[in-house]
Design a protein around this ligand. Sequence first.
Ligand SMILES: [Fe+2]
Ligand SMILES: [Fe+2]
Length: 186
Amino acid sequence: MDDTNPTSATAAAQAALIKQAIAQGPITEAYQADPQQVVHELNQLRATEITSFLQYKQHAYMAVSMLAPGLKDDFEAHATLELQHADRLAMRIQQLGGVPIFNPAEIATKAAAVGVRPEQGPTLTDMVIENLLLERRQVVEYTALIRELGDRDPTTRRLLVDILADTEQHASELADYLKRQADTRA
Ligand SMILES: [Fe+2]
Ligand SMILES: [Fe+2]
């Protein structure tokens, strides 16, 4: 093969371009973030979502009080959404060339690193407070990463903003429930 031949040089350049396209998928020279770093952060957030899913499921199993029949359904609905958040983050991790973490011990360690640990208090009110605190931890983490990314990875940013909105809504609902509780007790 003669690389000095302009035709074969063009062919070689084209082959290199295709090879790079296959290896990098959606990551082009326009991508300004560090994909590995973003994958690391997304895995961390995903670990908090899986913990949140498990915690809400646990609370739904345990919420049998006649005093708050709707709470079990609320916990169940939140759990479903947390799993969707984990799925959406996993899809983005894969697109960025990463691997979603699936080892439970590693997931627990990553979630704990940002202050998220599964909790199950003895009363319904305790559970709602635990969920509220977890959602608020997530609000902090999502907001920080959104700021950090700026416009360097618009697709990840949009995903994070979306999940943040759900998370803030959950926190708001839980806080409202606790306010109502306080009002009826007063
Ligand atoms: Fe979530
Ligand atoms: Fe949530």
